[in-house]
Design a protein around this ligand. Structure first.
Ligand SMILES: CC(C)(COP(=O)(O)OP(=O)(O)OC[C@H]1O[C@@H](n2cnc3c(N)ncnc32)[C@H](O)[C@@H]1OP(=O)(O)O)[C@@H](O)C(=O)NCCC(=O)NCCS
Length: 169
């Protein structure tokens, strides 16, 4: 079995991160963006990672197989005083590496980090209601379904509901 390592993103990872997101955008329909639709270019990604240095409430965590990115998980929070305790989680694992505990480990590490940063008290996310694997994974950590945004995703002429999920930490 391959050994996956976990570490925070560095500015020098920007090119690989953009390529990974653009690739997995085409591998799964569960992300908010399609193939090659990831909204950042390499320069913007590098700047964004630089902005994470010394940032208490935002993080990007990479799962690596050697030098290859196989999963990314993020927590993004507003800097506004009334909202900064609430971090939004994003996660994707490359298809080839799914079902081997990578997603679980990414969320475990992000949750530990969030509990220790002194500010984050809540983690939120949106997921398609039919994304059973993701919903099960989140529930395993204690997330609950707090609401449903009906027909919020439109894909190939079909509407899908989004669950709004959250947990206090
Ligand atoms: C959702 C995702 C991140 C999970 O990552 P992963 O590395 O495959 O997850 P794990 O191997 O750690 O499995 C985690 C849990 O998923 C659930 N799960 C996995 N396969 C499942 C299946 N076929 N049916 C139901 N639940 C399943 C289980 O709760 C499992 O925990 P367990 O092994 O302790 O029972 C990954 O499938 C993915 O990237 N999907 C595409 C992108 C996506 O959907 N991102 C989330 C958008 S909100």
């Amino acid at each position: 079995m391959v050994k996956i390592t976990y570490r925070r993103a560095m500015e020098s990872d920007a090119e690989k991160i953009v390529a990974f997101y653009n690739y997995v955008g085409g591998e799964t329909s569960y992300l908010s963006f399609e193939k090659d639709e990831y909204p950042m270019d390499v320069k913007a990604q590098a700047e964004s990672i630089r902005g994470l240095e010394d940032n208490m409430t935002n993080i990007m965590l990479l799962a690596m197989d050697g030098e290859e990115i196989v999963g990314i998980a993020t927590i993004s929070s507003s800097h506004k005083i009334k909202a900064r305790h609430d971090g939004e989680l994003g996660i994707v694992v490359a298809k080839k590496y799914q079902g081997q505990g990578v997603g679980t480990e990414l969320i475990r590490q992000l949750t530990e980090w969030a509990k220790g940063n002194g500010i984050t008290r809540r983690i939120s996310l949106d997921t398609r209601a039919d994304n059973v694997k993701a919903v099960e994974l989140y529930m395993k950590f204690g997330f609950i379904v707090e609401g449903c945004r009906r027909n919020a995703t439109l894909l190939d002429g079909k509407y899908y509901d989004l669950y709004v999920m959250g947990m206090m930490i």
